[in-house]
Ligand binder design. Structure first.
Ligand SMILES: [Fe+2]
Length: 292
């Protein structure tokens, strides 16, 4: 039996031509037995999303996906709200054989593993409990430059906290399931504040290099409730996206991994590193955890 490798990738943002080219140049031979986990933000354009799924399916045996905030953007009038679009994204996944539910991989190998998608949203500090917010001097509290303010539309009177509850509730069946092998979970949003920073974070240095001093990402990073679900699940590895920073942190026994393609400018100016070799290897069903 051939061992299966599991790779991680997020924030493909293929509306940018260099990112589409990056996907096209991925080997058609190297990943033929393998699984690619895509932790959201491929494109808000569903035709483009489908096209990228097809291209990746030509390279990987399997794809697993959770939508990011960009997939829920409404820029045309085809959808009345973002949950309607979420349903359509699920259909696109189904039609293209993209996995959106827990599944076991490597049965019969020495290191089988469960791959478990977790849905979520972010909670802003003013919206309710569970925000990952940390104050930042001089920030624009209204987040005028945050595009979700203009392109995300919820059908309920509530706000992001309501959306977070809605998506986290979807995970309840997943949490009740029993898992007889290690779990690799994945989400688009962040589950913990620490993940926003590298282990040796120097706030003074970070302020000097801050390209958007008025933008406070922690307002829209994720929610703590997602972390609680990861702990209930007992994940060994959790893959996430959204921040456009590539990290690996081991916190209280869980390996948190982010491997984003991000925007071309972020790669050029060194904010995103390590993507040249392609998606990040996380697991090998003949060897186990492989991301060290
Ligand atoms: Fe995102």
């Amino acid at each position: 039996m051939t061992a299966v490798r599991i790779f991680a990738l997020s924030d493909l943002h293929v509306d940018n031509l260099p990112n589409r080219k990056w996907v096209e140049q991925l080997s058609r031979q190297d990943y033929r037995e393998d699984l690619l986990i895509i932790a959201g933000d491929v494109s808000d354009d569903l035709t483009m999303l489908e096209r990228i799924f097809r291209q990746l399916r030509e390279r990987f045996a399997r794809l697993a996906f959770v939508p990011g905030n960009h997939e829920l953007w409404i820029r045309q009038n085809r959808f009345t709200h973002s949950l309607e679009k979420w349903e359509r994204v699920q259909e696109v996944c189904q039609q293209n054989g993209v996995l959106v539910k827990p599944f076991k991989i490597g049965e019969g190998d020495s290191h089988p593993v469960w791959v478990v998608p977790l849905f979520s949203w972010y909670i802003r500090p003013e919206e309710g409990e569970g925000s990952l917010f940390l104050p930042k001097p001089g920030e624009d509290q209204s987040l005028r430059m945050w595009a979700d303010n203009y392109y995300i539309r919820w059908p309920f009177a509530g706000n992001g906290a309501e959306a977070a509850r809605y998506f986290l509730r979807m995970n309840e069946t997943t949490l009740k399931q029993s898992y007889d092998a290690p779990v690799i979970s994945f989400s688009h949003f962040l589950p913990r504040q620490e993940l926003m920073f590298p282990p040796n974070f120097d706030p003074t240095e970070a302020r000097k290099r801050d390209r958007y001093p008025s933008f406070n990402f922690s307002r829209v990073a994720g929610c703590i409730q997602l972390e609680r679900q990861i702990r209930l699940l007992g994940s060994l590895v959790h893959i996430y996206g959204h921040q456009h920073r590539n990290r690996h942190r081991l916190l209280e026994g869980v390996h948190y991994l982010s491997h984003c393609l991000g925007y071309p400018a972020e790669r050029e100016n060194g904010q995103i590193e390590g993507i040249e070799q392609g998606p990040r290897l996380v697991w090998d069903t003949s060897r186990g955890f492989a991301a060290l």
